[in-house]
Design a protein around this ligand. Structure first.
Ligand SMILES: NC(=O)c1ccc[n+]([C@@H]2O[C@H](COP(=O)([O-])OP(=O)(O)OC[C@H]3O[C@@H](n4cnc5c(N)ncnc54)[C@H](OP(=O)(O)O)[C@@H]3O)[C@@H](O)[C@H]2O)c1
Length: 334
């Protein structure tokens, strides 16, 4: 007998309204897979790129690359997990906006006792991203000044805490005064917060504000997830031989770019990293997840999960994320 489940599906690319709640057959785990009963699905900006067609995926499409839950069934050859295990995941596949999701056993992350499943769903994608950005792409430390955009966002709040813990000088950028208050609560010095909505010109005023805060030198590193609207300002905010870490395009993707700009701005470095390349082995994946889960369990990494929506409200969740109305993690709870 076919067992059904509720899931969110888009039959074609488009705006958030293409996301509909539907009944689908419960998937069966194949070799190397487990079936998880989803406790919470993480909503990430990448889900909006896939839904809208910026990143190509097959339709009909069940979104969601992140979640947490309990192992319900094992694929034929899976021996290192058991029914009832609590796991979380961030995968390159989708399908987490559902009551049940298939997870590759090689990508399953054991949830430590003491970490609730909602917090566990909030961490794999955004937490491991913050971890690889500040520890591996440009490892920040006490001698560095870092600029971080969307500091009150999902990746942003976690990266903010990690940069502060490293002893680096952090200049946090947010879209609004309300979000600025959130990053101040995380420990950012209020005079080091730049609020985009107060700037007449991002291109001119943001680099000037960064120079004013760095004795005219500029930052060692800029972590830029906004992309199109901030790329030029990021280049101009760096000091000589600084590094621009472009890791997203929340305002749109950066258009084709002339590498000569890097020498004109002072022999800069530019990288466009992605999580999969920084969790490429099981060891690296478990190292990042373990560090982030342990810090959250110990309370040294605070996870904000107040934006929770029912599964059927996935479209509303996407609208809120895209309209910059969220801070911290956005979750769907089936
Ligand atoms: N490369 C990777 O490995 C990787 C992995 C995970 C995420 N990412 C990227 O990291 C970014 C953050 O992801 P997230 O899921 O944590 O989302 P998020 O930062 O919580 O949400 C996006 C934020 O971007 C800011 N923003 C600025 N201009 C915007 C615009 N025109 N439209 C929408 N938002 C705008 C808003 O913050 P303010 O209002 O404060 O400006 C908004 O809240 C995304 O670009 C995502 O693609 C990359």
């Amino acid at each position: 007998m076919l067992v059904g489940m509720r899931a969110i599906q888009a039959v074609k690319p488009g705006p958030a309204s293409v996301l509909r709640a539907v009944d689908l057959p419960q998937p069966k785990p194949g070799p190397g897979q487990v079936l998880a009963k989803v406790a919470a699905a993480g909503v990430n900006f990448i889900d909006t790129y896939r839904r809208s067609g910026v990143y190509k995926v097959k339709f009909p499409h069940v979104p969601g690359s992140e979640g947490s839950g309990t192992v319900e069934a094992l694929g034929p050859d899976v021996t290192d997990l058991a029914v009832g295990d609590k796991i979380a995941w961030a995968t390159s596949a989708s399908g987490s906006y559902a009551e049940y999701a298939l997870v590759e056993a090689a990508q399953a992350l054991p949830v430590p006792p003491g970490l609730d499943l909602a917090a566990a769903a909030a961490l794999p994608l955004q937490g491991m991203t913050a971890d690889y950005l500040v520890r591996a792409v440009f490892p920040v430390g006490p001698n560095h000044t870092a600029v971080l955009y969307a500091a009150a966002g999902g990746v942003g709040q976690l990266a903010t805490q990690m940069i502060l813990a490293s002893g680096a000088h952090l200049i946090a950028v947010t879209g609004s005064a309300e979000k600025a208050e959130r990053v101040v609560k995380l420990g950012v010095d209020p005079k080091n917060v730049i609020v985009l909505s107060t700037l007449a010109s991002i291109d001119l005023d943001l680099p000037q504000a960064v120079r004013d805060l760095t004795g005219g030198l500029g930052a060692h590193v800029v972590y830029d997830s906004i992309g199109r609207d901030t790329f030029a300002a990021s280049l101009s905010s760096l000091r000589r031989r600084g590094t621009l870490v472009l890791f997203g395009g929340s305002s749109g993707q950066v258009p084709p770019f002339d590498p000569q700009e890097l020498n004109a701005h002072g022999s800069l470095y530019l990288t466009r990293p992605t999580l999969a390349d920084y969790t490429a082995t099981r060891q690296e994946l478990l190292g990042r997840a373990g560090r982030v889960f342990s810090a959250a369990t110990a309370g040294s990494l605070r996870v904000t999960t107040d934006h929770r929506f029912a599964l059927a409200e996935a479209a509303t969740a996407h609208q809120a994320l895209e309209a910059r109305r969220t801070a911290g993690k956005v979750l769907l709870v089936p």
